[in-house]
Design a protein around this ligand. Structure first.
Ligand code: SF4
Length: 378
């Protein structure tokens, strides 16, 4: 059951992917800190795992400095396991998708407790780690241990659907399962890591979404979409629904000493464990200032006077967008309630930099710092 994908695969495809594509990759691959090998000629599984998690939703040039800083702070799986979650989130701050950092931390603890500090080398064991799905398992096992498993990411899907002119909707689970079977059958079992990296690199740099460089592609001899003359018809994907948008009102509550009130998000929600300014979604027919007053009453049990507007920040997450409206606030009655799951802290503007915040809040912090340093400009 593969909807005929395997029937399209011939020896000429394997010859092109295992020969010219591998040679091309050896010539063009860029040195990366996670590609370094040890004296035994093998890659460090911890570094491979960390890089694969970072690169899931982040471009290589953006991930690289984060990788180097993270590895300097947590050079081994043991140091990562022993760290506080706050430290890990701080090292991850700015990369987004913070569940990746929380899962890395929990997985490191599991590796130390259950696997004696060694990254597992079987599919079943590695898939037991939080945050390790089929893609990460195949990537780490093939790159670090030479296990013959093919990875399937957006770049690989684009290359395969073009080479084999696959018309099915790639957003469907069924199509992806069939593509996985096809990728496994095309894999070079003697060099699975190199095969995986070379197909991903081809998709990232040559077989790009809107302008593939087919004349210089090392597998163009066997590419059916190139022969058809319309490679950008593939992959076929159903139209996405419009991305929802929410207005969010937050209060920058200050005390007499000029310290700012911040609150930590529960660990089991999106952006869990990060700090934020108290506030929430604006209801229909509510002004931003009214929403700010209501949210602070509901979340912290305080009545506030909502003052000047400090900032307006647009930010996009993977499934929705927000506009953050920030207001200066002053407590007129009550004392902020401290919930165990959502601790609060009073922090000087200067010390806000020591805590991990989502990107939108980080923009607001920059505004607060600029205002404190140049009060006459505002
Ligand atoms: S020939 Fe063109 S469409 Fe085919 S794999 Fe190469 S770059 Fe992609």
């Amino acid at each position: 059951m593969n909807d005929g994908y395997i029937e399209r695969l011939g020896e000429r495809h394997r010859a092109a992917f295992h020969g010219p594509l591998a040679d091309w990759f050896k010539a063009v691959q860029r040195p990366m800190p996670w590609r370094e090998t040890g004296p035994d000629g093998r890659r460090n599984p911890y570094r491979v795992w960390l890089s694969e998690i970072m690169l899931q939703q982040t471009r290589v040039d953006q991930a690289r400095p984060y990788f180097e800083r993270f590895i300097n702070t947590f050079p081994t799986v043991e140091t990562l396991a022993a760290a506080d979650l706050d430290e890990v989130l701080k090292a991850w701050e700015g990369l987004g998708y913070y569940s990746r950092a929380r899962n890395l931390h929990r997985a490191a603890q599991q590796i130390v407790e259950t696997f004696d500090g060694q990254m597992p080398d079987t599919e079943e064991a590695i898939r037991s780690l939080p945050g390790v799905g089929p893609y990460t398992a195949a990537a780490v096992l093939s790159l670090a241990y030479g296990v013959p498993l093919a990875v399937l990411d957006g770049n690989v899907i684009r290359v395969l659907t073009r080479v084999f002119t696959i018309e099915d909707d790639v957003t469907s689970g069924r199509t992806r399962r069939h593509l996985q079977v096809l990728a496994d059958a095309l894999l070079d079992p003697d060099h699975p890591g190199r095969f995986n990296e070379s197909v991903m690199e081809l998709g990232a740099t040559v077989c790009t979404p809107s302008a593939p460089s087919c004349p210089s592609c090392p597998v163009n001899d066997v590419c059916a979409a190139f022969a058809e003359g319309e490679p950008t018809r593939y992959p076929v994907a159903k139209k996405k629904k419009p991305v929802p948008h929410h207005d969010v009102a937050v209060g920058v509550v200050t005390d007499e000493a000029g310290r700012v009130l911040v609150q930590q998000r529960p660990t089991d929600v999106m952006l869990g464990g990060l700090w934020e300014f108290p506030g929430g979604k604006v209801e229909p027919d509510e002004s931003f200032a009214e929403a700010c007053r209501r949210e602070l009453k509901e979340e912290l049990g305080v009545e506030v006077e909502v003052g000047e507007s400090l900032d307006r920040i647009d930010h996009a997450y993977s499934h929705f967008k927000i506009t953050l409206h920030a207001f200066r606030c002053r407590i007129v009655s009550g004392t902020p309630v401290h919930h165990a799951a959502q601790p609060i802290r009073w922090v000087t503007v200067e010390d806000l930099g020591d805590l991990a915040f989502p990107r939108a809040s980080r923009h607001l912090i920059d505004t607060l710092i600029a205002r404190e340093q140049n009060p006459t400009l505002f």
